[in-house]
Ligand binder design. Structure first.
Ligand code: NAI
Length: 410
């Protein structure tokens, strides 16, 4: 059933799985606990996630908890082929790097074709495919990222959501760390691997100052770049200003920037007209989920010539005679040009996923067809376990303090 790039890569995949596992104590502690009680025994679980070494640790945990997992990648370009090969020794996998849009959709269809009872998704392509196919027998699911949650909330608002979903992205132990510190670091990992250029002194324009944008801007500053933030939300723009960044419009920033990073979940936040105004050699990078944030379609239509000059770097000659460089074809650059988030960050996101899967499995009968947040007690459990894995100890409030906090009266 499996379709992957090369089975011979499984040895390398297993080594990377073990490396990630050794740095994901929060998740592995849960995995050990649930390997004994097996709360997902026999559950048919359809999964659509970026096939990375960190994801392999989650898949391992789900298998140990008893689930029958079927896996597809969450992006045509993000699969780590050695990990896909290793995971295919343990379950069915449909994922390889460098898929066409058609092949990508086919892989998701294969997962749906196994009649899963529950789904785990990143970006909601699997959830959307399940809705389009009016798939039966799905009791619920979870969603990993901001863009996926946005799509599912839209379905809920239209009364079209067919089962309960837990928005793992909305856990504080997910978005405050994965979106900010994970994407902040791994986006620059991708930029540096792809371009090998100096960032100190360079004008970086970050489009979007949500959780991802904050992480990207913070790390750009840490590398010595001069950072401008582009926002449309006045509160976020104010926050960026008081955080000490230049704040501007895309029209203005287009003239100044050298490296542009999008992080909005919105389409065409760098429109073609802005690209036309950029300096010779400007570099365009997307850190958002879909390849819609930079208007790549128009850019490709208008381009005089497109040439791959390094892996993951396309040189685009504009009608003006200037050249710009597009990383990872405008797709999620930290996963295409690097390895995605570090394992210490993903241990929290995936501990939330693990617990969401168990909660949906045990409680879906009592849940409505809604998008649910992650309960605070689960978030706290994940944060405590993550602190422990990082060797950080904290105290707890005394009885006197607890009483003080709730005893105020008129
Ligand atoms: P968020 O909702 O916290 O922030 C998005 C920000 O973009 C908001 O402040 C919004 O006002 C701003 N924005 C919207 N339209 C804009 C425009 N036209 N110009 C300038 N700013 C605009 O979302 P978050 O969590 O930061 O996620 C952003 C994207 O990154 C999503 O697609 C999400 O799925 C993705 N993501 C990517 C990750 C990765 O590994 N690369 C990890 C986590 C999330």
């Amino acid at each position: 059933m499996t379709k992957i790039a090369d089975q011979k890569l499984s040895g390398s995949g297993e080594r990377n799985f073990r490396w990630a596992k050794a740095h994901m104590g929060t998740l592995t502690t849960l995995a050990e606990k649930y390997a004994k009680s097996r709360p997902l025994e026999g559950l048919k679980l359809g999964v659509c996630l970026h096939v990375t070494k960190e994801t392999s640790v989650l898949i391992d945990a789900l298998l140990l908890a008893g689930a029958d997992v079927k896996l597809a990648g969450a992006n045509p370009l993000s699969t780590q082929d050695d990990i896909a090969a290793y995971l295919s020794t343990r379950t069915d996998v449909w994922a390889w790097r460098g898929q066409s849009a058609k092949e990508y959709g086919w892989c998701i269809g294969e997962v749906l074709g196994t009649h899963p009872e529950q789904l785990i998704d990143d970006g909601a392509d699997l959830h959307v495919a399940a809705h389009v196919a009016r798939a039966r027998g799905i009791a619920g699911g979870s969603e990993e990222t901001t863009t996926g949650v946005m799509r599912l909330k839209a379905l809920e608002a239209q009364g079209k959501l067919r089962y309960p979903v837990i928005a793992v992205n909305d856990a504080r132990t997910k978005f405050m760390f994965d979106n900010r510190y994970g994407t902040g670091q791994s986006t620059f990992d991708g930029i540096m691997r792809a371009t090998a250029l100096l960032l100190a002194g360079v004008k970086v324009v970050v489009v979007g100052y949500g959780w991802v944008g904050k992480g990207v801007a913070m790390r750009a500053r840490g590398l010595g770049a001069r950072v401008t933030v582009v926002e449309v939300d006045p509160v976020k723009a104010l926050e960026a200003h008081l955080d000490g960044f230049e704040v501007s419009s895309i029209e203005e920033a287009a003239n100044e920037g050298v490296l542009f990073v999008t992080a909005t979940g919105q389409k065409n936040v760098i429109p073609y007209e802005a690209v036309e105004r950029m300096k010779e050699g400007a570099i365009l990078v997307n850190a958002g989920h879909f390849d819609v944030e930079i208007d790549v379609k128009t850019l490709m239509k208008k381009a005089k010539k497109v040439k791959e000059v390094r892996p993951n770097v396309d040189e685009i000659a504009l009608p003006s005679g200037r050249r710009v460089y597009l990383l990872a074809k405008g797709r999620i650059a930290n996963l295409v040009a690097a390895e995605g988030h570090p394992p210490e960050v993903m241990q929290m996101s995936f501990a939330n996923q693990m617990m969401a899967a168990i909660r949906i499995h045990s409680e879906h009968d009592e849940m409505e067809k809604k998008v649910y947040g992650v309960p605070r007690d689960l978030e706290d459990e994940v944060a405590r376990a993550a602190l422990k894995s990082m060797g950080v100890a904290i105290g707890s409030p005394t009885q006197e303090q607890k009483l003080y906090a709730r005893s105020w009266k008129l």
